[in-house]
Design a protein around this ligand. Structure first.
Ligand code: PLP
Length: 410
């Protein structure tokens, strides 16, 4: 019999959303008439921008003609999309990124999970706590995290982000090699200002660490002092990889398109002491394991950057941000302390009376028939917090807030 990769066996049993699904199903079978509102999983609900739909229809027609048919796409993405990314996401903000520094992909989930393959298994990782679970779990599978003891991995440096420190992580006490930063943050919905992020870029430069910067929620930034890209900070190209996605920006969760930027300046050490460019390493990795994103989808993503596309994207983001403010003000009106929801589609609330996150999950489900996400599912510092998302439709969002006011026994 073949042997399994033992690292996979170390992953704690239930994936967060599987456990939520299980509890909701049990509740539904016991309460079949309950009208459940889901503000849990972070999936979008608004349709794709019409500009993207039209572009994809046209791309489908391209596939029907010999002259315009496309086979395998280039591993790194089509120029028509990369040029738009460079122009609108970077040049417009005064950042110079080369066409060969962008790699189009099928999602920031796979990119943020796969990037760790470029690094030695002896690298020490740091994650903000709470955290998007993919960063940690992908390192568990790679055998980099040690043992799981009392909700924490022994070889992972946790950087608590709680109301006590204003969700601003402290620099690690011991040297770390890889630092995952997700800003605006999932799950807390909070961000760092440019000055606060600069502290991390400076740390990475001084310690020869690498920042893995996930800005999947960049499109939700409303405040001027919040950077849209880590490369707005001087010196970041020497220390950071940036991940972006069309999922939350333009509703591509089911369509799949994202990209990662790996500047040529970014290097890591080989055993012989030489410095290796990560850009080429990633290219080689993608060329081996990935066959590109569909032409039709890339045409759809390209349309995000048209005037119409931009207008439609902004309307949808505004819709979700209005939901966020409805949840935020509604919860505050009943005395609940909330964070986030201004530069992100997530509301991070303190559980009433410091309740355990899962206990509050059960209470909210049974009393108000609302599904949210227990904060502790994102890491030990999420205990006593609870995440609600603004991705629902307006009617359900308003109804959920009403239930918080009238049904929940606070
Ligand atoms: N990064 C973060 C922080 C996320 O919250 C998510 C999705 O919820 C992703 C990445 C996944 O993005 P994609 O749909 O591009 O795989």
């Amino acid at each position: 019999m073949a042997f399994v990769n033992e690292n996979h066996l170390k992953l704690p049993g239930n994936y967060l959303f599987a456990e939520i699904g299980k509890r909701v199903n049990t509740f539904k079978s016991e309460n079949p008439s309950a009208d459940i509102i889901r503000l849990g999983i972070g999936d979008v609900t608004r349709p794709l921008p019409m500009a993207c739909i039209e572009a994809m229809h046209k791309a489908v027609d391209d596939m029907s003609r010999v002259e315009t048919f496309k086979g395998y796409p280039e591993y790194e993405g089509y120029d028509f999309l990369i040029n738009n990314i460079i122009e609108f996401d970077y040049k417009k903000r005064g950042i110079t990124i080369g066409t060969d520094e962008v790699f189009v992909s099928d999602g920031a989930k796979s990119d943020t999970a796969n990037i760790q393959e470029l690094f030695g298994t002896n690298c020490r990782i740091a994650v903000t706590d709470p955290v998007y679970p993919v960063y940690v779990d992908s390192n568990v599978m790679a055998g980099r995290t040690g043992e799981y003891v009392d909700g924490k991995w022994t070889n992972v440096t946790y950087l608590p982000c709680t109301s006590a420190n204003g969700f601003i992580p402290e620099l690690p006490k011991e040297r770390v090699d890889l630092i995952y930063l997700c800003l605006p943050n999932n799950p807390t919905g909070t961000t760092l200002t440019k000055d606060q992020l600069k502290v991390w870029v400076d740390y990475a430069a001084k310690n020869k660490s690498i920042i893995l910067f996930d800005s999947a929620y960049e499109a939700f930034i409303t405040q001027d002092d919040v950077p849209h890209s880590i490369y707005e900070i001087e010196g970041a190209k020497e220390v950071a990889i940036e991940f972006r996605s069309f999922s939350k920006t333009a509703g591509f969760t089911g369509t799949r398109c994202a990209y990662v930027v790996i500047p040529k300046e970014l290097k890591a050490a080989a055993a012989d002491g030489s410095e290796i460019g990560l850009n080429r390493l990633w290219y080689r990795r993608q060329a081996t394991k990935f066959n590109g994103v569909s032409y039709i989808v890339q045409r759809g993503a390209e349309a995000v950057y048209t005037e119409e596309g931009q207008k439609q994207v902004r309307e949808t983001i505004a819709y979700y941000l209005t939901n966020a403010s409805i949840i935020k003000s509604g919860l505050e009106s009943v005395g609940i302390t909330v964070f986030g929801g201004v530069n992100a589609p997530y509301i991070w609330m303190k559980t009433p009376k410091g309740m355990d996150s899962w206990a509050f999950f059960d209470k909210l489900l049974s009393e108000a028939n609302i599904v949210g996400t227990p904060g502790v599912g994102f890491g030990p510092s999420g205990q006593g917090y609870f995440r609600l998302t603004a991705f629902g439709n307006r009617e359900n969002t308003q109804a959920a807030v009403e239930r918080f006011k009238t049904r929940l026994k606070l």
